[in-house]
Design a protein around this ligand. Structure first.
Ligand code: PBG
Length: 339
């Protein structure tokens, strides 16, 4: 009688022991599926007028409004840490109905871009300019406001021209990438067209393609002084319940010429990040927004969470969901932890 070895092809415990590969740091590193590097991180900066200014943002411990000279210093530190890039927001000297400060050749972000372009640090960083009007309009909305059926309306089509002007002036001032976050329909096409017509055909567009109307933007609106003075943003940003709609938004932005997409917020919407990763073969970032940052900071201050571990775990989670890069206020802290 022939005896054959019985291989159990569907091995269970005790043949299978998942803990074998968790026994040492070296083994865990060998089988780690997701990486996180400083170069994956984008650090947002809020630029304000003045010199030597570093104003703490109350609702975001560790985040400051910085003047242009201080922004250059932040850039130097970011470059030293190996961070991938900066995302620039502006707090203008004055606001008006149209948000003219957004495309002013001498606007606050344009000044910062010129100064950064002259520093050595910036050569190692991708300089991304946020394209939106909400920091520049007196009413705090992301576009032109008119009277409408619901009391007021953010008028889509007239806003496109203003966004396009903003993107062109930022690219002229030195932005490596422009990132529209306003959620007007057709803005990517309008911006692409205006860039191309201005000899800026090689400036890529990072579109906030999937941006939900979120309570987690609350602290940002203090940092950027951009809270709407009336109403909210639900007529232009997406309803948080909608995943299929997010896929349509992305598809449309890609059709209009977006080079990369940004998903926002990150942590409460990781399923949307994963769905986008599975569906679209384009470079994709996710934005760990102000509220995600501030709630973690609040827990750190209370001693309720291990700061270093929670920062890295939150970022690895976003990478694992499929984001190639992450915009995060923890960029410097995380880079130091990884370094
Ligand atoms: C501008 C803009 C916002 C954020 C990024 N770009 C605010 C908003 O849409 O209200 C939020 C970022 C954050 O919360 O960190 N439209």
């Amino acid at each position: 009688m022939q005896r054959s070895i019985q291989y159990n092809l569907d091995m269970a415990f005790p043949e299978n022991r998942m803990r074998r590969l968790r026994r040492s740091d070296a083994l865990r590193a060998l089988v780690r599926e997701t990486t996180l590097e400083p170069g994956d991180l984008i650090y947002p900066l809020f630029i304000c007028p003045g010199k030597g200014v570093r104003n703490a943002v109350g609702s975001m411990p560790g985040v400051f409004n910085v003047s242009v000279d201080e922004a250059v210093r932040e850039a130097e530190e970011a470059a030293r840490l190996g961070i991938g890039g900066l995302l620039l927001f502006g707090l203008p000297e004055a606001k008006d109905e149209q948000g003219t400060g957004a495309w002013d050749e001498n606007g606050i972000v344009q000044q910062a871009l010129r100064a950064l372009k002259q520093s050595d640090a910036a050569k190692k960083l991708v300089l991304i300019a946020d394209v939106c009007l909400c920091e520049y309009t007196s009413h705090g909305h992301c576009g032109v406001v008119v009277e409408g059926r619901e009391g007021f309306e953010v008028d889509n089509d007239p806003t496109l021209e203003l966004l396009a002007r903003t993107a062109v002036s930022q690219a002229r001032a030195g932005a490596d990438v422009v990132a529209p976050s306003d959620m007007m329909d057709g803005r990517v096409a309008a911006i692409r067209c205006a860039l191309d017509a201005s000899g800026l055909g090689m400036t890529p567009i990072l579109s906030y393609a999937s941006k939900f109307a979120s309570a987690f933007y609350g602290p940002f609106r203090e940092a950027a002084d951009s809270a709407p003075q009336f109403g909210d943003r639900r007529s232009y940003q997406m309803d948080g319940a909608n995943l299929r709609e997010a896929m349509r938004e992305i598809q449309l932005d890609l059709n209009e010429g977006a080079d990369m997409i940004l998903m926002k917020p990150a942590m409460p919407y990781l399923d949307v990040v994963r769905a986008a990763r599975n569906r679209f073969g384009v470079p994709m970032g996710a934005y760990q927004v102000s509220g995600e940052y501030s709630m973690l900071q609040a827990a750190f201050e209370k001693g309720w969470l291990d700061r270093d571990r929670a920062i890295l775990e939150s970022l690895v989670g976003i990478r694992r969901a499929g984001a190639d890069f992450i915009v995060t206020y923890f960029a410097q802290d995380a880079a130091r932890l990884l370094g």
